[in-house]
Design a protein around this ligand. Structure first.
Ligand code: DAH
Length: 336
């Protein structure tokens, strides 16, 4: 018991502001060969009547050591903090590098803004679609080649990654009666080999306008306005007759290639023209499939390829650059 009293005095008296001494103090009492451990080993030699008090005594000492240690360590650390003054307060701060918007995001927004100016609102649909919205509601017959496993990534039978943004047309029409004017940006997926001109993931912006008395002239005017806003007054366009199951008549629109100024390059396959969108008058069958009266209403739809548009605006030769996240490429768009 005398020993305990000695130790108590020693613990209470101890003080130091040096880390080494503080650690030594702790080890001296609580280390594997520390004083308290030897005291614990003594318990068996103590007369039974005193054993309990002795044991409690050691525990109190142990508590005191821990408290002292924590207190000194805390003081030491606070002192360290105070000493840590920056060497040169006039030094310029580290540069915080500003992130850049992705070119695809920049152009998607520009495309949406053009249509917002003339009264369109944004509508979105899911990346994972069902067969009905991606195909059935858009007048694709059950045997249509676009349903082929070659093109479509299926998640499970009847559920797939949408192959175009056109299903958003159907999602809007099933929930709204005309007048409808929507612009639908989104990511689409196709099981295609990745090359400089094609990728298995890409982006589209879909336009749908349904109202009374909508004609092909409205579609052409809208396309004309869109190209002038997006590419400037000088850019030439041409419409080619085409086929899509959900539009009749259908067309594809090319713009003159700005990368080679019409001379022919690998982006325009040497023709001087690049296809950037498909369009047409909404097939009356699609209107009725989606709950809209084709006797009363008509409409047009447009599907714009965002990568192609971006390539033309920024003269990007290889579509793969959009997906590789190479900072040397992306940082060029920092100020946009
Ligand atoms: N969905 C078509 C595709 O991805 C593109 C398209 C063509 C959309 C004509 C349209 C349209 O809205 O009218 O190939």
């Amino acid at each position: 018991m005398n020993n305990l009293e000695e130790y108590r005095k020693e613990i209470e008296a101890f003080a130091s502001d040096k880390l080494e001494e503080i650690e030594l103090f702790r080890a001296k009492f609580l280390g594997k060969k520390g004083s308290l451990v030897s005291l614990f080993n003594e318990i068996k030699n103590i007369p039974a009547a005193e054993r309990k008090d002795f044991g409690q005594g050691i525990n109190i000492l142990k508590q005191k050591v821990l408290e002292k240690y924590a207190e000194l360590k805390e003081k030491y650390e606070q002192a360290q903090q105070k000493e840590r003054v920056p060497a040169d307060l006039t030094r310029p701060a580290d540069r915080i590098t500003l992130g850049a918007r992705h070119p695809i995001s920049i152009v998607t927004k520009q495309l949406c803004d053009v249509f917002k100016k003339i009264g369109y609102t944004i509508a979105e649909g899911p990346d994972i679609e069902d067969d009905w919205h991606n195909f059935g509601a858009l007048n694709f017959t059950p045997e249509h080649p676009a349903r082929d496993m070659q093109d479509t990534f299926f998640v499970e039978p009847g559920i797939l990654l949408r192959t175009h943004t056109s299903p958003v047309q159907s999602r809007v029409m099933e929930n709204h009666q005309p007048p409808i004017r929507v612009v639908c940006p989104g990511r689409v997926f196709r099981n295609e080999a990745i090359t400089a001109r094609a990728h298995c993931i890409f982006h589209q912006v879909e336009i749908l306008c349904v109202d009374e008395h909508i004609s092909f002239a409205d579609l052409k005017q809208t396309l004309d306005f869109f190209v002038k806003e997006m590419f400037g007054k000088e850019r030439k366009i041409r419409l080619r007759p085409s086929y899509f199951p959900f539009t009749e008549p259908s067309a594809e629109m090319d713009i003159s290639c700005d990368i080679c100024k019409g001379k022919g390059c690998n982006i325009c396959k040497g023709s001087g023209w690049v296809e950037i969108l498909g369009c047409g008058m909404v097939d009356p069958n699609v209107l009725s499939l989606n709950g809209i009266d084709p006797e009363k209403y008509s409409g047009f739809a447009i599907g714009i390829g965002v990568e192609r548009t971006t390539q033309q605006l920024y003269k990007t030769k290889d579509i793969r650059l959009f997906f590789e996240n190479d900072l040397r490429f992306l940082s060029q768009f920092e100020s946009l």
